[in-house]
Design a protein around this ligand. Structure first.
Ligand SMILES: Nc1nc2c(ncn2[C@@H]2O[C@H](COP(=O)(O)OP(=O)(O)O)[C@@H](O)[C@H]2O)c(=O)[nH]1
Ligand SMILES: [Mg+2]
Length: 228
């Protein structure tokens, strides 16, 4: 088998209606590569109470557990990943598996991190209420002002990384601040970052876990605390 070239890291909390379908379509796209799929299950209230883990294992994914939140789950998955290219992806079928090719191409071109953006031409979202679009714009503005970056999106989880660049960021955010922390720390560490357009589809089944106000506050705190 040998070492995987690509590691897909998927945080999950009660995604039984989505995870099987996602794994199947990811496998389809990654056929030409050596890859592993790592599902990191669990949230602050405990592990998924549905069949997520069983279905993920049946689909051939490795399963790890974490009980602190989406960010913590991603960090856990990154640590377990052995691929040269690590890709983070949501379980709710919002991310189009065909775009994996863009994320892989970005790293192969020589970038350290490649982040999907819903606000570049070709990107978009059908899963973003106006308040979230507004909040995102504020966060983009703040981060770009404070850190001298040129991001167009802030809190989007479809991304690729070199293994080395993940190690250089010393990530700590336990929850939905993780993407913002990555954007800031990538900039601070002088990593080469590429944005690529991405279209976010509507969550297919189940409920979203992000709470706009509570997590908006977490993201704002993430932005400010990294500035000091
Ligand atoms: N392991 C883990 N995964 C989580 C947690 N919260 C959300 N997720 C997963 O993170 C991804 C994005 O979450 P989602 O609820 O779709 O967020 P939204 O699209 O921003 O509303 C999905 O795959 C979720 O199952 C958590 O506390 N722990
Ligand atoms: Mg979602």
């Amino acid at each position: 088998m040998g070492q995987p070239y690509i590691s897909i890291v998927i945080p999950t909390l009660n995604e039984e209606k989505n995870i099987g379908k996602l794994i199947k379509s990811v496998k389809q796209v990654l056929k030409p590569y050596r890859y592993e799929i790592i599902v990191v299950d669990g949230g602050a209230e405990g592990l998924s109470t549905d069949a997520t883990v069983r279905i993920a294992r049946a689909g051939g994914a490795k399963v790890a557990f974490d009980n602190k939140g989406k960010g913590s789950a991603l960090i856990r998955g990154f640590r377990a990943a052995s691929g040269k290219i690590i890709i983070s992806m949501d379980a709710d079928l919002s991310h189009r598996p065909t775009e994996l090719k863009l994320l892989i191409a970005g790293i192969e071109t020589g970038y350290d991190i490649c982040v999907g953006s819903r606000f570049l031409t070709g990107g978009g979202s059908s899963d973003m209420p106006p308040l979230r679009v507004f909040g995102n714009k504020i966060f983009v503005l703040l981060v770009n002002l404070l850190y001298g970056s040129k991001y167009t999106d802030m809190c989007y989880g479809y991304r690729s990384f070199t293994k080395r660049s993940v190690g250089r960021m010393h990530l700590k955010e336990l929850g939905f601040g993780i993407e913002t922390e990555i954007n800031i720390k990538a900039r601070k560490a002088g990593l080469r970052v590429l944005e690529v357009p991405s279209f976010e589809k509507k969550r297919q089944m189940g409920v979203g876990k992000l709470n706009t106000l509570r997590d908006g506050f977490v993201i704002l705190t993430t932005i400010l605390k990294n500035a000091v």
